[in-house]
Design a protein around this ligand. Sequence first.
Ligand SMILES: Cc1cc2nc3c(=O)[nH]c(=O)nc-3n(C[C@H](O)[C@H](O)[C@H](O)COP(=O)(O)OP(=O)(O)OC[C@H]3O[C@@H](n4cnc5c(N)ncnc54)[C@H](O)[C@@H]3O)c2cc1C
Ligand code: FES
Ligand code: FES
Length: 513
Amino acid sequence: MSGVHPTRSVLDWLREDARCTGTKEGCNEGDCGACTVVIGELSASGEALDLQTVNACIQFLPTLHGKALFTVEDLKGQCGAPKRDPALHDKRPVHPLHPVQQAMADCHGSQCGFCTPGFVMSLWSTYEHHQAQGTQPTRQQLADDLSGNLCRCTGYRPIIDAGQRMFDLPAVRLDTAPVVAALRTLQREGSFDYAAPLGARIDHFHAPRTLDQLAALRMEKPGARILAGSTDVGLWVNKQFRDLGDILFVGDVADMKAVEVRGDAVDGELYIGAGASLERAFAALVARVPSLADVWLRFASPPIRHAGTMGGNVANGSPIGDSPPVLMALDAEIELRQGARVRRMPLADFYLDYMKNQLESGEFVQGIAVPLTAMQRQVRAYKISKRFDCDISALCAGFAIALDEGVVTDVRLAFGGMAATVRRAALAEAALVGKPWTQASVNAARQALAQDFQPLSDMRASAGYRLQVAQNLIQRLWLETRTQDALPTSATSVWSVMPHAVGDAAIREGARA
Ligand SMILES: Cc1cc2nc3c(=O)[nH]c(=O)nc-3n(C[C@H](O)[C@H](O)[C@H](O)COP(=O)(O)OP(=O)(O)OC[C@H]3O[C@@H](n4cnc5c(N)ncnc54)[C@H](O)[C@@H]3O)c2cc1C
Ligand code: FES
Ligand code: FES
């Protein structure tokens, strides 16, 4: 690769330079899945290949350095030599279809076909994953895996049928050994630096490998744009035509991808490196707090969660970001690094105003720490959006409550979508602490919430709707956690009383457990 600007998307490169036009462009903003491709990376052990779907339209080409890219064209060679079909009028040899493609054809999973390569790549990733485990997905798991792929003609039932049918056909597995061997030869110790002109200017792309390299580069170039999963930044380029200048890519810094428990059960924490994917970060949280499963599976889509990071979600600081309310409810701290200095602060203190935070020049987010003790409270997270899957929140709430003999000893009520930043509802919390966990206390907290927030009206929701729903969510928390007759989430979620539409909440939680 040379002369290609660092922000050239993988999709544009595929279609316009490599002439691999199987991958389609729909929305060009990560929403429709027409551009779904699969990225292969060496596993932590260096012995295996990890495959993950991403949206090619919002990934920048240099971020692929040292990785394998699989597109729909790559399925062709996996199923043997081309054959002639005597039944066909056209006697030219045709490639046998991969089981994923054959199942789509058998189940009538395609009509105009525009979305089909994207669906096929998502299904192929599911297929490889389950073949490796010796398992098969449920229909709900298939629906979750396909939640980032839109089809305007076929309807999803035949596509999910295909997702099951593909396992009934003779198996075809990717031969990963040559890919692993090739990727090993591309491993490097030092930073990957790339430069290309934009008019009279030269733009640089730096991909350090270690935290120290990143910290040094950040001090040297405090004006460079930090790039993680590019699920926000990619849209700035595609939709707002923003000029990023130099880029500091954090996705190759192995130490920043750690997701691990540090310390013991009393003082310990779940540490989430800022470069860990949203998928891994939420999986670790949900393993300890299963009630967060709904927010996890409804955060964007699998391709976005594979590329996007929790560090990016927190650093971006959108008032409607879904991780910050959850993390604030869990008393998370944010870890910041500037040169050799590392400092921490409660995430609740990090945001100053709309898209303004405490980051200083030359500083970056290194990680997020969630105290293990905070996970022992009763925790809930509720996402309110117009669409169930892959939609931005109108509001999102993260709640945690501790009771002692029916009295509230500790409570966190954090909201996104209610103010210029995600923040806790100080007055509503104060109305509950030390009070019995009763309907009367809940009513007082709901009233106090109207003093905590004066939300805005926008295209997602009106101010009145936001406040009413936020107050209702406190009621819902009470219904689910009251000391007598607490209701299961299946009785309080509108989605779970419509299992035919989206699946039962309990099934969703169980699906990933
Ligand atoms: C289709 C689609 C659906 C989405 N759905 C949701 C959703 O449901 N909920 C939601 O909350 N968000 C959603 N998003 C937004 C986005 O996915 C998240 O904000 C994501 O977590 C951003 O992470 P990233 O790694 O992609 O960040 P990037 O796009 O790479 O960066 C985002 C910002 O953070 C900065 N940054 C990144 N890492 C660091 C760091 N370590 N230190 C300092 N600064 C840093 C970057 O400079 C940039 O300003 C969606 C986006 C798309 C495209
Ligand atoms: S083109 Fe729609 S997700 Fe990429
Ligand atoms: S088959 Fe036409 S959009 Fe899916």
